[in-house]
Ligand binder design. Structure first.
Ligand code: PEP
Ligand code: MN
Length: 265
């Protein structure tokens, strides 16, 4: 399979081999989106792709479930200030239709959706004949076949711009990670599926700001192809995942400290 999610040098000045995706866990307000973009510019931390969750699949009801379709209109703000592709999570066919209508450039399927083959199949069917890249997060549970199966369902309907996102796996007993990395899973996926780009999401693996650098470096050491790092202008007051988001300045510092040339033999 061809590697379609090519990185472009949007100003990070790193190397062109790793895709950097950043942006808030959730789109909250137009002002928030604008501030994140301006702070990214100011910190010289403009990523290759801007992420923002519009529909949020929360584990329990009662927390912020996403701003919904209105938030997609604010993506114009990102285009205006940063001129980079935008990605958001879709969990059903209505999300897909709405995202396509508003010109979202790249879709991703979240960990709570990847576990459900019916849901993935519905999304795949809605994407028949649509030329858009799709990234698939690993399922909540450490099941490589389920992850691979979701990617195959998309491939089977003709989606050929595919990437995987490694965001770790639920483990109630693990104290260090919000979602345990199980590094053998992304490594194995890359071996099984030649050319599959696997992007690491240290934010959801670690669950707090302080461990992001260490996990991101491990991902690069293991040969993963990029990083998705949740970035917010005011992380402590974010409407979701407040503990793990970093400021654009911190994003820049993290990226500056990563040795992108490192590889394990
Ligand atoms: C997210 O990216 O904000 C998210 C909800 O991710 P995950 O599906 O990995 O939990
Ligand atoms: Mn999040």
């Amino acid at each position: 399979m061809e590697n379609h999610l090519q990185t472009k040098d949007w100003g990070l000045g790193l190397n062109r081999e790793h895709l950097i995706i950043a942006g808030p866990c959730s789109a909250e307000t137009p002002e928030q989106i604008e501030k994140v973009c301006l702070d990214m510019k100011e910190a010289n931390a403009v990523p290759d792709v801007f992420r923002a969750g519009i529909w949020k699949p929360r584990t329990r009801p009662g927390s912020f479930e996403g701003i919904g379709e209105d938030g997609l209109k604010w993506m114009e703000i990102v285009r205006h200030h940063l001129n980079i592709p935008i990605t958001t999570e879709v969990g059903n066919t209505a999300h897909v239709e709405s995202a396509l209508k508003h010109g979202v450039d790249i879709l991703w399927i979240g960990a709570r959706t990847t576990v459900n083959p019916f849901a993935v199949q519905e999304i795949a069917d809605a994407l028949k004949g649509v030329d858009i890249p799709v990234m698939v997060k690993n399922p909540m549970n450490p099941d490589l076949e389920l992850w691979r199966g979701a990617l195959e369902r998309l491939q089977a309907v003709g989606v050929n711009k595919l990437a995987a996102i490694h965001r770790g796996f639920s483990d109630a007993y693990d104290k260090k990670f919000r979602n345990k990395p199980n590094w053998s899973m992304p490594i194995h996926l890359k071996r099984l599926w030649k050319g599959m780009q696997v992007i690491n999401d240290p934010s959801h693996i670690v669950g707090n700001r302080t461990g992001i650098l260490e996990t991101a470096q491990r991902a690069i050491n293991f040969g993963l192809d990029g990083l998705m790092i949740e970035t917010h202008h005011d992380p402590d007051n974010a409407w979701s995942d407040a503990k793990q988001q970093v400021t654009p300045r911190q994003l820049r510092e993290i990226l500056d400290q990563i040795d992108f040339k490192h590889t394990l033999q």
